[in-house]
Ligand binder design. Structure first.
Ligand code: DGI
Ligand code: FE
Ligand code: FE
Length: 189
């Protein structure tokens, strides 16, 4: 399936704003792939597909989690965390995406995880810094993303955890694993 056909098939599953976000994530991911020497094609495809499951009902997402190998503990956390893991399964069914690197980048785009691959970091970061994002501190992350992929992901992870804690939200273990692993990678120890 070529990329234009994939875009055409993704669009009706998203709102207009979300579809435009998706295109910006793909463009940002391509730039990061060029900068940090990863596959542009994989970055683009993972970017286009990363939020594919975002607007499925809670019931549909929960049923995918219950009937697949995904960890059931996801169900104990906010449903916002379900669209990545479920999306990674849906894109195999709907687009025939077999590539595990791409599917992992989709799976972990919201939380990250320990030992993220380069492509996983690229999608995690592109989702955070795409030009439409206005998070406090995002400009510093954009600046760091010009030089250092791991450090920029660490800054995004730090900002997200701080934001979640300020809202009294629970934090999924992979979200902490991302922070711990990148802190070790960036600062050692
Ligand atoms: O799908 P997007 O809106 O493009 O972005 P996303 O998939 O990165 O994130 C969706 C939301 O999930 C975002 O507001 C941050 C939040 N999030 C990330 N990690 C955690 C989390 N929410 C909770 N409750 N717990 C987490 O560990
Ligand atoms: Fe998302
Ligand atoms: Fe997104």
């Amino acid at each position: 399936m070529n990329i234009d056909l994939i875009k055409e098939k993704v669009e009706p599953h998203l709102t207009r704003e979300r579809y435009e976000h998706t295109l910006r994530v793909a463009e940002t991911a391509i730039q990061l792939a060029i900068r940090f020497d990863a596959s542009k094609e994989k970055a683009q495809l993972a970017g286009i597909l990363h939020d594919y499951a975002k607007y499925r009902s809670k019931e549909e997402l929960a049923s995918w989690i219950e009937t697949s190998d995904l960890p059931n503990t996801l169900l104990d956390f906010h449903h916002e965390l379900w669209h990545g893991p479920v999306g990674a399964l849906m894109v195999e069914r709907d687009f025939g995406v077999e590539d595990l690197e791409i599917r992992n980048a989709i799976h972990y785009h919201t939380t990250g995880r320990a030992k993220m691959s380069k492509l996983e970091m690229i999608i995690f970061l592109a989702d955070y810094i795409e030009p439409g994002r206005k998070f406090p501190g995002v400009d510093e992350v954009r600046k760091t993303s010009k030089q250092d992929l791991e450090h920029a992901c660490l800054m995004a992870s730090y900002n997200t955890i701080r934001y979640l804690m300020s809202k009294q939200a629970t934090i999924y273990p992979d979200t902490f694993h991302t922070y711990n692993d990148l802190t070790r990678r960036v600062y050692g120890g």
